[in-house]
Design a protein around this ligand. Structure first.
Ligand code: IMP
Ligand code: MG
Length: 183
């Protein structure tokens, strides 16, 4: 698996440090809710945000619910996004809720733009968008994430939840996939 990586972009220590910082910042933004003892609804976008979410929430002592949504934008062995498709149920109980959408990466932004619209249509009181990575050179939408862990160049990356053809999610770091590893 490691031999398919050409360059480690973010090692596990750097990721861990940044995740803690993001959690602190998110905690500050959500402080008014905490003061009212009102739970926030975290909506992790699966499968990519699984690892990030697991680490993030353990630094967030806030009262929260988790309501996952599954989206896929790539099918099978491709690094070309085909537009976001929601798989399975969309979280229902959003009316009046303060929602945090959590994803691994804001690439074109189409996925989070779609989810942001959906959650707002369902009456969310606020939506905060929190992503570990962003590729500013690829943005195709007007929406911007509220919190970004790292801005990265336009390269296809894997690890720490991010996959290629379902693989590499368990790498503890984020690395660039070798072109030879792409079918
Ligand atoms: P967007 O809709 O173009 O912003 O794409 C977002 C989704 O595409 C993310 O949630 C990821 O699952 C996937 N994605 C985008 N770029 C990468 C990458 O470099 N590696 C792995 N997955 C990616
Ligand atoms: Mg994803």
């Amino acid at each position: 698996m490691q031999e398919d990586i050409s360059e480690v972009l973010l090692d596990s220590e750097s990721i861990a440090r940044r995740v803690e910082e993001i959690a602190s910042e998110l905690g500050r933004r959500l402080a008014p809710l905490a003061e009212r003892d009102e739970p926030v609804v975290l909506v992790p976008v699966l499968t990519g945000s699984l690892v990030f979410t697991a680490d993030l929430i353990r630094h967030l002592p806030q009262k929260m619910r988790l309501d996952v949504v599954t989206v896929s934008s790539y099918s099978g062995a491709t690094t070309e996004s085909r537009g976001a498709t929601i798989r399975g149920a969309v979280p229902e109980d959003m009316a009046g809720r303060h929602v945090v959408l959590v994803d691994d990466i804001f690439d074109t932004g189409n996925t989070l733009s779609l989810l942001n619209r959906l959650v707002k249509e369902r009456g969310a009181a606020s939506v905060t968008i929190c992503v570990l990575l962003a590729k500013p050179s690829r943005y195709e939408v007007d929406l911007r994430p509220d919190l970004i862990g790292f801005e990265i160049p336009d390269a296809f990356v894997v690890g720490y939840g991010l996959d290629y053809d379902g693989l590499y999610r368990n790498l503890p770091f984020i690395g660039i996939l070798k072109p030879e590893a792409v079918k």
